[in-house]
Design a protein around this ligand. Structure first.
Ligand SMILES: Cc1cc2nc3c(=O)[nH]c(=O)nc-3n(C[C@H](O)[C@H](O)[C@H](O)COP(=O)(O)OP(=O)(O)OC[C@H]3O[C@@H](n4cnc5c(N)ncnc54)[C@H](O)[C@@H]3O)c2cc1C
Length: 461
C-alpha cells in the first residue's frame, strides 16, 4: 500500500518545511499518512470509499478553519470538507489533498426563550436532538442519529418533521461561513442574502459553514414506530401507503420499506411519526394499524430522540454502501409493481428500498426562494444497497443500477442532492433544476476558482 503525500494541483509534493510550521500553529490535530491514527481519521460511514488524503486537519474552531483554508489556497491544494462524514458518495474525502475535518466542532447552544439553536458543523443529529430535547424543542432534520447536521442542512434536509416545519435548510436563520478567500462572512436575510439563498440547498460549494443558527419547534413526545408485515404483502401495503399518505395531515411523516429482519427474513414495513396531539395521532394512524395482519406493531408514544434513532441499526458505520435515489412522478400501479418486483431481487439482506413522503410545509415554499428546487415531488424512492464483503460489490451495485434504470419512466426528473452517490454529475445538475444558473452566479462571486469542488459541484463561470 503506497503512502499518500500531500500534493498540489500540479502534482508536486508539499515539503515538510512548509507543512511543519502550519502543523505547529494549528490548534487541533494535523494527521499525516505516516501517523498511527491516519487510517481511522480517513474512515467515513461508507466503507466502499477508500481515499487517501495527503493530510487531515481537525479544526477546533473558527481560527483553525481560516488557517486551513488559507494554507490550502496558498499551497494550491485540493480540499475536501468533512462534517459528519455521512455522504454516501464520500464527498468528505479526497485523494492526495487536504481534508478540513470539522468533526471536533461540537458546540450547541439552545436559546429556549427565542426558540433558536446555534450549532457548530461537527454536530451529529443525535447530539442536537439530545440538547434541544432538554427544552422540549427540536430542529427539523434527518432520521438517522449519526448523520452530520452540516452536510444535511446544506443539501436541504428531510426527516420526520419536514411536512410540518419544512426542510432543515428552511429553518436556518443565519450561517457563519469561511469563504475561499479566508474571509469570515455572515449570511442571513439581511447580510449577504445571495449567499444565504445559495447555502440553503446548494451544498458545500460556497465556503465552510462554521456555525448554523436554526429555528426550533416544540416537539417532545411523538407517536411513532414501525409496523411490519410479511414480504408477500408488499404490493398491498405499498398500495395502501399511497392512498393513506394522500390524506395525511402535515403532522404525519411516513416511510414505506422493503427490508429484512435481523435474521434475514424479508419483510415489508411502514415507519411513521406523528408529531402533534397524541389522541389525534391515534385516530390518524388507526387505518394503518388496522391494515392486514401485521407481524409486529411497535407504534407507541416515545420521546422524539428515541424516534430519531429508531432506524440507526439499519445503517451502521463501516458497511459497504451504494445508493440510487430519485423523486417519483407518482406512485401509480406500474410504479408499485416495479418497486416490489425489483426490491424482491435485492442481492443482500442488508439492502433496503424506501419510499419516503415529503410535501407539506416544504412544498409550500417557492422552489426559487432557496437553492433547494425539488419541492413539488411527493415521493422519493431510495434504493439502498448495503453489504459487508468488498469483493461482492459488483452484484449489489448492479442490482441498484438495474432497479434505478427500470424506474426511469416513473421518475419525476428531480433528485435529492443529499442522497446522490459518487459521480452522478447529471443528477447533480437535475437536482439544482431551475436554480442552477443562479447558483453559478453566486459560486462565481464567492468561489471563482472552484476551491470548494469536492461536493455536488456547481462550476463557476
Ligand atoms: C445512513 C444515512 C442516513 C441519512 N438520512 C438522511 C435523512 O434522513 N435526511 C436527509 O436529508 N439526508 C439524509 N442522509 C444524507 C445526508 O444528509 C448527506 O449524506 C449529507 O451529506 C451528510 O452530511 P455530513 O455532514 O454527515 O456529511 P459529509 O460527508 O461530512 O459532508 C457531505 C458534504 O457536505 C460538505 N460539508 C460538510 N460540512 C460542511 C460545512 N460545514 N461547510 C461546507 N460544506 C460542508 C462536504 O464537503 C461534503 O461535500 C443520510 C445519509 C446516510 C448515510
Amino acid at each position: 500500500m503506497s503512502i499518500a503525500s500531500l500534493v498540489n494541483h500540479a502534482g508536486e509534493s508539499i515539503a515538510d518545511t512548509v507543512i511543519e510550521p502550519f502543523r505547529s500553529a494549528h490548534q487541533g490535530p494535523v494527521i499525516r499518512p505516516a501517523d498511527a491514527d491516519y487510517d481511522s481519521a480517513r474512515r467515513i460511514w461508507n466503507a466502499s470509499i477508500d481515499r487517501r488524503p495527503g493530510m487531515i486537519v481537525r479544526c477546533t474552531g473558527l481560527a483553525d478553519v481560516i488557517a486551513a483554508v488559507n494554507f490550502a489556497r496558498e499551497q494550491r491544494l485540493l480540499v475536501a470538507v468533512r462534517g459528519g462524514g455521512h455522504n454516501v458518495g464520500g464527498r468528505a474525502l479526497c485523494d492526495g489533498g487536504l481534508v478540513i475535518d470539522l468533526s471536533r466542532m461540537k458546540g450547541i447552544h439552545v436559546d429556549a426563550a427565542a426558540k433558536r439553536v446555534r450549532v457548530q458543523p461537527g454536530v451529529l443529529l443525535g447530539e442536537l436532538d439530545r440538547e434541544t430535547h432538554v427544552y422540549g424543542l427540536a430542529v427539523p432534520a434527518g432520521v438517522i442519529s449519526k448523520t452530520g447536521i452540516a452536510g444535511l442542512t446544506l443539501g436541504g434536509g428531510v426527516g420526520w418533521l419536514v411536512r410540518k416545519y419544512g426542510l432543515t435548510c428552511d429553518n436556518v436563520v443565519s450561517f457563519e461561513v469561511v469563504t475561499a478567500d479566508g474571509q469570515v462572512r455572515r449570511a442571513s436575510a439581511d447580510e449577504n442574502p445571495d449567499l444565504f439563498w445559495a447555502l440553503r440547498g446548494g451544498g458545500g460549494n460556497f465556503g465552510i459553514v462554521t456555525s448554523f443558527e436554526f429555528k426550533a419547534y416544540p416537539v417532545k413526545t411523538v407517536l411513532g414506530g414501525m409496523i411490519v408485515h410479511p414480504r408477500q404483502q408488499a404490493k398491498a401495503l405499498l398500495t395502501f401507503y399511497r392512498d393513506f399518505t394522500q390524506s395525511a395531515p402535515d403532522e404525519l411523516g411516513t416511510y414505506f420499506g422493503l427490508l429484512c429482519m435481523p435474521d434475514g427474513t424479508p419483510v415489508t414495513a411502514v415507519v411513521t411519526c406523528y408529531n402533534g396531539d397524541l389522541a389525534a395521532g391515534e385516530k390518524v394512524l388507526e387505518p394503518l394499524r388496522r391494515f392486514g395482519a401485521p407481524m409486529m406493531d411497535a407504534i407507541a408514544p416515545m420521546p422524539f430522540p428515541q424516534m430519531q434513532s429508531l432506524l440507526d441499526g439499519a445503517a451502521p458505520h463501516g458497511n459497504q454502501n451504494y445508493w440510487k435515489s430519485s423523486f417519483l412522478k407518482d406512485l401509480n400501479d406500474e410504479a408499485i409493481d416495479a418497486i416490489v418486483g425489483y426490491g424482491n431481487q435485492a442481492a443482500s439482506p442488508l439492502s433496503a428500498v424506501l419510499v419516503e413522503q415529503y410535501g407539506g410545509a416544504a412544498a409550500r415554499v417557492d422552489p426559487q426562494a432557496t437553492a433547494f428546487a425539488q419541492r413539488h415531488a411527493q415521493y422519493d424512492l431510495g434504493i439502498l444497497a448495503q453489504w459487508t464483503d468488498p469483493a461482492e460489490a459488483d452484484r449489489h451495485v448492479s442490482w441498484a443500477r438495474t432497479f434505478a434504470a427500470a424506474m426511469t419512466p416513473h421518475q419525476a426528473g428531480g433528485f435529492l442532492l443529499n442522497f446522490l452517490g459518487e459521480g452522478e454529475e447529471e443528477a447533480v445538475r437535475a437536482a439544482f433544476g431551475p436554480n442552477y444558473d443562479r447558483l453559478v452566479e453566486v459560486k462565481t462571486k464567492y468561489d471563482p476558482e472552484n476551491f470548494f469542488r469536492v461536493n455536488q459541484n456547481v462550476v463557476p463561470k
